[in-house]
Design a protein around this ligand. Structure first.
Ligand SMILES: *[C@@H]1O[C@H](CO)[C@@H](O)[C@H](O)[C@H]1NC(C)=O
Length: 309
């Protein structure tokens, strides 16, 4: 009898404790209270194109950014795009080739991202990595995510493909601790796939890339279906290239830093978004992929498209 009442007392006490310390929900998500209740698929994020290819040197033609990853994140970039290549047996992020621009190892890069995530527990961050050499998600990529401490934070889709309307809210993602969203352009849907590395083009479409027309005419260029474009998220490739033929005698496209203030200005980004919206059920783009993210109005435009400005 006595021991029973002790147990009763204990369980009442622990119940009281559970009630007294309710689960703490995020009240601000990616900087805005409103975003906690908004589905990931209904948010516009600023994305950094070739995020690793940063340099302050204006003569570094292969750079696409001026400021480093930590600075991009602190400015408000919430999708980091990067292109992988093996250098000396180690997976690096490089621009076209590691001889041209080597941004260091993927592991070091992810550790930088992890530092930001640890310091900013109410932020959802997306990673969009290209895999032109077809490195195995399970055998090459996952061990790197593991050693950088990112795997446990990665969102695992309940099923594929995820339609634009089926994503959890940012609040749910933050509360569950699964607040890193990983997309890969190629090789993520084979037999060596990894549950948190999602095949990009099942979930989103893109207009043409390496655009040289400053009016950014929009059309659906890359998608893998089976969802219709209007059922997918989409990313605008809002980065302008110039052809430096006179220098090399062949078509060589490089990003155009001189045009960045105009390209990254509100008028140009909004015109691109408006041009694409009819292809997406009149929704705003999910991702604004930009060169030189520190220049121009991208963050203001994202706020506006999210309804905050
Ligand atoms: C989110 O939904 C609102 C209301 O339907 C829409 O105006 C906006 O364009 C959507 N944004 C995205 C990125 O889906």
């Amino acid at each position: 009898m006595f021991s029973r009442s002790i147990w009763g007392l204990l369980s009442t006490a622990s119940l009281a404790l559970a009630v007294a310390i309710p689960f703490k929900r995020a009240t601000v998500c990616n900087g805005h209270a409103e975003l906690c209740d908004r589905s990931y698929g209904n948010v516009t994020f600023v994305a950094a194109h070739d995020s690793f290819a940063f340099s302050e040197d204006p003569l570094a033609l292969a750079r696409d950014q001026e400021v480093d990853i930590a600075t991009q994140l602190s400015l408000g970039v919430r999708m980091l795009q990067a292109q992988s290549h093996v250098n000396d047996g180690v997976l690096h992020f490089c621009h076209t080739s590691c001889a041209l621009f080597d941004g260091g190892s993927v592991e070091d890069y992810l550790k930088t991202v992890k530092t930001f995530l640890d310091a900013n527990p109410n932020e959802v961050v997306s990673l969009l990595f290209t895999n032109p050499e077809g490195q195995s998600p399970a055998n090459v990529w996952k061990p790197i995510f593991d050693s950088a401490g990112i795997s446990d934070l990665a969102f695992v889709p309940p099923s594929l493909p995820m339609s634009q309307s089926s994503w959890p809210t940012l609040g749910e993602m933050i509360d569950s601790g699964k607040r890193v969203v990983v997309f890969m352009d190629a090789g993520a849907d084979g037999s060596d796939s990894v549950d948190f590395i999602m095949p990009e083009f099942q979930m989103m479409w893109e207009p043409p890339f390496s655009e040289t027309d400053p009016t950014f005419p929009c059309k659906v260029d890359r998608t893998s279906g089976p969802l219709q474009p209007a059922e997918q998220m989409y990313m605008i490739n809002h980065n302008l290239n110039v052809n430096i033929v006179p220098l090399f005698g062949a078509e060589v496209l490089v990003s155009d830093p001189l045009a960045a203030p105009t390209t990254n200005g509100a008028d140009s980004i909004l015109a691109n978004a408006n041009g694409c919206a009819p292809l997406a059920g009149n929704r705003a783009p999910n991702f604004l992929l930009l060169d030189f993210v520190n220049i121009g109005d991208a963050f203001k435009v994202a706020d506006q498209l999210n309804g905050f400005a």
